[in-house]
Design a binder for this molecule. Sequence first.
Ligand SMILES: [Zn+2]
Ligand SMILES: [Zn+2]
Length: 126
Amino acid sequence: MKKRFGVSIEESLAKTLEVLSNQTGVNRSRLIEEAIKGYLEDHSHLLVPHDCKGILVAHCPGTGQLTEVTEEYRDIIVAWLHAHLNDECMEAFFVEGASTKIRGLYSEILRKGCRGRYIPVGNIPS
Ligand SMILES: [Zn+2]
Ligand SMILES: [Zn+2]
């Protein structure tokens, strides 16, 4: 059973979607469905409380934004990669611990004006 609803997206995003759809031969509805599914799967790890592990990737417009945050979340950060590309920070946090704490780190990354992406390892929590 499919539910139909209207959404508004950026024109450039719509164009990119169109190109991807043409090149892969997969229709737009299906591509959007896959994208939403992936997004919700990843975020369910941050929403449902459980013990979690994964990689949290951050990209900041500038340097030093996450220094304090990294210190604050030391107990869940198992390993950490930090590089500067064109004077911008790229960080990869390998995390393990309570998903609520991981969500805290993720929220802090966004609050500092950085982009963040959590790649959980393991099954979707329920
Ligand atoms: Zn998880
Ligand atoms: Zn840096």
